[in-house]
Write a protein that binds this ligand. Structure first.
Ligand code: GAR
Length: 206
């Protein structure tokens, strides 16, 4: 089986990266060939190395305010590694139209809300304040605009009485770890991997 060569972009702890790594088995249609962080020394880079995957920091700070210069360096690095698809997993930089255009149709993201509700930051507190009874996460294509691209799949989790943002984040994260491998597998041409025992999991189909 030819596997799609995937790069995962992270900024921190990398638990979604870990889920994507752990799902790589004989029937997995993707291979994570490189992990790039815009912050050096983060736990996610160690996770990649422990899995035998190349792990590199390309620090946005080195490029000052020049977002596009950072993205040109990132783009050149990914092309050098013959990357076919880029998966953002807790990558906390907004990408400009330069990078989004260069990787159009090959760039996906996971976001901790049921889009189109709550794009951007502080999703858990905003979901709680809204009074919604369901929260969750979405995997979507990245287009210009923050968290607005076409949705690939979503997983829902219940909002419980007395929830705090941290409690809701932890519940949502468990669903993310099931949803992201299923969606990445799907866009790489395979069947969605088993969705596991998530409490409520919907619609991981293109
Ligand atoms: C995840 O909850 C992910 O959905 C979120 O950051 C966390 C990263 O955790 N991403 C965003 O908020 C993107 N706007 P991880 O590093 O443990 O995967």
């Amino acid at each position: 089986m030819t596997r799609k060569r995937v790069a995962v972009l992270i900024s921190g702890r990398g638990t979604n990266l870990q889920a994507l790594l752990d799902a790589q088995g004989p029937f997995c249609p993707y291979e994570i060939v490189v992990v790039v962080s815009n912050n050096a020394g983060v736990a996610g880079l160690d996770r990649a190395r422990e899995a035998g995957v190349e792990a590199v920091a390309i620090e946005h700070r080195a490029f000052g305010k020049d977002r596009e210069a950072f993205e040109r360096a990132l783009d050149a690095f990914l092309r050098d590694r013959n990357v076919e698809l880029v998966a953002l997993a807790g990558f906390m930089r907004v990408l400009t139209s330069y990078f989004v255009g260069a990787w159009a149709g090959k760039l996906i993201n996971i976001h901790p809300s049921l889009l189109p509700s709550f794009p951007g930051l502080d999703t858990y507190a905003r979901a709680l304040a809204s009074g919604a009874k369901l929260a969750g996460c979405s995997v979507h294509w990245v287009t210009e605009g923050v968290d607005t691209g076409p949705i690939i799949g979503q997983a829902a989790v219940p909002v419980m009485p007395g929830d705090t943002p941290d409690a809701l984040a932890a519940r949502t994260l468990e669903a993310e770890h099931l949803l992201y491998p299923a969606c990445l597998s799907l866009v790489c041409g395979g069947a969605p991997l088993s969705q596991g025992p998530a409490p409520i999991l919907v619609n991981a189909f293109l």
